[in-house]
Design a protein around this ligand. Structure first.
Ligand code: GLA
Length: 387
């Protein structure tokens, strides 16, 4: 238990407990950095922290997930990235950017963290951690940070402090999360709409390949670079600021300007944006059958055009798509391993897990894991009775 662990490590009681969720993306993959629409939602698994403010400049951090690392401490006046500080670099990054803006942050705190997002699963454990610490600072020092500002700050930590060139989707989905609601976000303008997710007869099943996304960061940056060079070339003929503004017709007319890979990446971005728009409509009309088809189309495009799936994700998703009671399935997140999701009729879920699990283990040689997704709230300070 988090509280007991805090008492054992710091020999005092925590004054507050905080929670920040992970996220799934229903559809709109690899287009947040191409000015497209995304449709994510926070989930009820995430990261917890027990905290007590200190009277000096120290922040002392312990993670129940990495007990072998012991207590890692830093001074709020020395916030340089240091590899040996491991996950605590996320805390240092948040501290650095917040201190630059808010002089009232003048003391540190003791904290114990526990996360139940499976490691390397692509459900955004890093954005969850960033938003957790922004929430902690916000409430310890009564900072006037809006949810959108918090999302942008989390992204800044990821991009400028940690060095991963990710888009805004994960931090936005977590920071603005609302129970039983997905967020349709225009990543170009940051305009967003909450869309209720009411699925009485089906559930979202998360399927974890249990393949860690080891290559993910370098491949992720490679895809971004391909998109950027495609846009530069297309701009010579087309008036557009992002790939998602371009139409399929415009792309076809200017295909000769691009390498084959640049063409395929652009084709994915444009069609995925169209599928995401259609998905939000399908959701509003309670048309989950149509939504399921769009999910299948998204996976195909991520496999063939964007090439970010791999044998593990393809095996899982293609096995899922063949089962009775399945409306659709696709990978979610950055890809190259991690998780996928399927919409499955309630009374077929047990059979679904058994059959897909068997096909996967037979082909890949190790087991997949399955969880039923519950859409929860964004970062919160927990009330005593929830602890
Ligand atoms: C990761 C990134 C996001 C987004 C997705 C792919 O989760 O952090 O910004 O690009 O991959 O859709």
């Amino acid at each position: 238990m988090l509280k007991e662990c805090f008492v054992k490590i710091f020999e005092k009681e925590p004054t507050a407990i905080y929670f920040s969720p992970g996220r799934i993306n229903l559809i709109g993959e690899h287009i947040d950095y191409n000015g497209g629409l995304v449709f994510p939602c926070p989930i009820t698994i995430g990261t917890y922290a027990a905290v007590t403010k200190r009277n000096d400049d120290l922040v002392r951090c312990y993670s129940q997930n990495f007990p072998e690392l012991g207590l890692i401490e830093f001074n709020i006046n020395n916030l340089e990235y240091d590899k040996k500080d491991n996950w605590v670099n996320y805390v240092k990054g948040v501290t650095k950017f917040l201190r630059e803006k808010y002089s009232q942050i003048n003391t540190g705190f003791d904290v114990v963290v526990y996360g139940n997002i499976p490691n390397g699963s692509g459900l955004s454990s890093s954005a969850s951690l960033e938003l957790l610490f922004i929430q902690i600072f916000k409430s310890l020092f009564e900072l006037p940070i809006s949810k959108v500002e918090a999302a942008l700050l989390g992204k800044k930590v990821e991009n400028e402090y940690i060095g991963v060139n990710s888009g805004i989707m994960d931090q936005f989905a977590i920071s603005l999360g609302k129970k039983d609601t997905a967020i349709l976000l225009d990543c170009n303008t940051l305009e967003y709409n909450y869309i209720p997710v009411s699925m009485p007869n089906t559930k979202i099943v998360i399927m974890n390949t249990n393949k860690r996304r080891e290559l993910a960061d370098s491949k992720y940056n490679e895809r971004r670079a391909e998109c950027e060079s495609a846009l530069e070339k297309l701009k010579v003929k087309i008036n557009a600021d992002t790939l998602c503004e371009i139409t399929v017709e415009e792309l076809e007319q200017n295909k000769d300007l691009l390498t084959e890979n640049e063409y395929k990446r652009t084709h994915h971005a444009i069609t995925e944006n169209i599928r995401t728009k259609a998905s939000a409509e399908a959701f509003k009309n309670n048309d989950l059958v149509e939504f399921g088809k769009l999910l299948n189309g998204s996976h195909k495009s991520l496999k063939e055009d964007y090439e970010v799936t791999g044998v593990e994700l393809d095996t899982l998703v293609e096995a899922a798509q063949q089962q009775e009671g399945v409306l659709g399935a696709r990978m979610t997140g950055a890809g190259f391993g991690g998780c996928s999701l399927a919409i499955v009729e309630n009374d077929k879920i047990d059979k679904f897990i058994e059959k897909v699990g068997k096909i996967y283990a037979d082909k890949i040689g190790y087991e997949a894991s399955f969880y039923i997704a519950k859409i929860g709230d964004g970062p919160t300070k927990l009330e005593k009775e929830e602890i």
